[in-house]
Design a protein around this ligand. Structure first.
Ligand code: FE2
Length: 463
């Protein structure tokens, strides 16, 4: 209860502060100011109307979930009913899917052996953790022929199935991947491009255009949620002190600055000139996750095509030309319709699919705060490797910030997508697009690729 009151006071304070800062710095409330902060572009002062939209239509879901998390955490903290959280050792099949059926699959690189790919997590070896916590796995070798994974340790020991340390190493690997995904791998999906496009749409695209109708849906809440993730940092601003054990969310054994530094390093890398950004996105049809998200890209691209000359291509061009001063990746090289489709796909289908698959495959099988060294041949149960309160924090973190939740009153998912067109032709095009999204979902289900339901895909980056 105290937590809820504190949260409400925090919200009131943040509201007042945000408004006062906007006025003090002379920001007009009608414009989002794009600023460079720690090498990436984003928006630090959220225009009042967007703040209001977020607090009214997005915050209620967080208030409900936060209250539930406080209650569940303090039951565990005071050992009410003997409840304690622990981690389950994943099966080999689960371990394999945690890479091939999630956003981690974007980090697989071919080796010189057919059907064998490598996932490099060497960046983890330099992440500064609090004393007594460990990241021990620097890479994985995925064999698609046998569906087995070889675990490569910090000191380059290779641990495969049959090794006495294998089960223990699997928990270490899941732990490392669970941080790698959230703290590094997923960051480009979230930051810089989505924020800058959201700001440019809000600032410069005429409100009565078809482009605005579409993009306002797919950029809604984005500047606000990214500001929260990078700068307010309710979940990542951890410290190595006892009082932080009272916080039910902070599930990473590092400071907020360390968390942000690693996130941003990857974002900058992804969007650099001749980097990895591409429209259409570069996908590998051999990988289940890529086949899944790729099917939706085709539907979105067709929708853009179907809009024909109703879509103001001059405005699309202006929007992406204005991006050039913020995003080094050479956007001029890409077809404007491809770029628009890739953006919508990234912030809706891909963003939510990264979250949902992570939630399903990591929530009960990992915890980024591991208090155990990987030791030779030692059979050990996960319960002895983690502090149960740290596991509870990770459960809360994933329940509130990884799983997509929405209020019934504000169902902002792709199953309820609408652009609010009044023109009958545009309504018909929208109707065909929404029907196609559902047809894609049905087809993927038939193929055994039902990775994420449409109800679990948010229309924009808002969590
Ligand atoms: Fe995200």
């Amino acid at each position: 209860m105290t937590g809820v009151i504190k949260l409400m006071l925090d919200f009131g304070y943040a509201l007042a502060l945000s408004k006062a800062k906007s006025k003090a710095r002379g920001a007009t409330e009608e414009k989002a100011q794009i600023v460079r902060w720690r090498n990436i572009y984003g928006v630090t002062l959220i225009p009042w109307s967007l703040e209001y939209d977020f607090l009214l239509r997005r915050s209620p879901v967080y208030l409900r979930l936060t209250k539930e998390s406080y209650e569940s955490y303090y039951r565990k903290f005071f050992r009410v009913n003997g409840e304690a959280s622990t981690v389950t050792t994943p099966s080999d099949e689960h371990f394999y899917r945690s890479i091939t059926n999630t956003g981690n699959s974007f980090y697989l690189r071919p080796t010189d052996r057919a059907g064998v790919e490598h996932m490099n997590m060497a960046q983890l070896m330099n992440v500064e953790l609090f004393p007594g916590y460990f990241f021990e796995v620097r890479g994985l070798e995925i064999n698609h022929n046998t569906k087995e994974i070889l675990i490569i340790t910090r000191h380059n020991r290779r641990i495969g199935k049959g090794d006495p340390s294998y089960e223990q190493a699997k928990i270490h690997a899941m732990t490392c991947v669970s941080y790698f995904n959230v703290g590094i791998g997923h960051s480009w999906v979230h930051f810089q491009l989505p924020c800058v496009v959201s700001a440019l749409v809000f600032n410069a695209v005429p409100r009565d255009s078809v482009l605005y109708r579409i993009m306002s849906v797919h950029t809604r809440f984005t500047m606000r949620i990214n500001h929260q993730a990078l700068r307010i940092r309710r979940t990542s601003n951890n410290q190595d002190k006892w009082s932080k054990r009272l916080n039910p969310f902070q599930a990473f054994a590092m400071t907020g600055n360390t968390f942000v530094e690693n996130n941003q390093a990857r974002t900058v890398d992804f969007y650099k000139l001749d980097g990895e950004f591409s429209a259409p996105p570069r996908l590998n049809p051999e990988l289940p996750y890529h086949r899944f998200v790729g099917a939706y890209y085709q539907a979105i691209r067709q929708f853009i095509e179907d809009l024909g000359d109703r879509l103001e291509l001059d405005l699309v061009d202006q929007l992406f030309t204005a991006l050039d001063q913020y995003i080094p990746a050479s956007l001029a090289a890409f077809d404007r319709k491809d770029l628009l489709a890739a953006f919508i796909w990234q912030v809706s289908v891909l963003h939510s699919s990264d979250h949902h698959t992570y939630y399903k495959l990591f929530r009960n099988y990992s915890c980024p705060m591991l208090r155990h060294r990987l030791e030779d041949g030692e059979p050990i149960q996960p319960a002895a490797m983690f502090d149960p309160l740290n596991v509870a924090k990770f459960e809360n973190f994933t329940d509130v910030f990884v799983k997509f939740s929405y209020e019934e009153k504000f169902p902002n998912n792709l199953a309820h997508l609408t652009y609010g067109f009044t023109d009958p032709d545009l309504q018909a095009i929208e109707g065909r697009f929404c029907a196609e999204l559902k047809a894609v979902e049905a087809k993927l289900e038939q193929e055994g690729l039902a990775l994420v339901p449409l109800t679990q895909m948010a229309q924009s980056i808002c969590f």
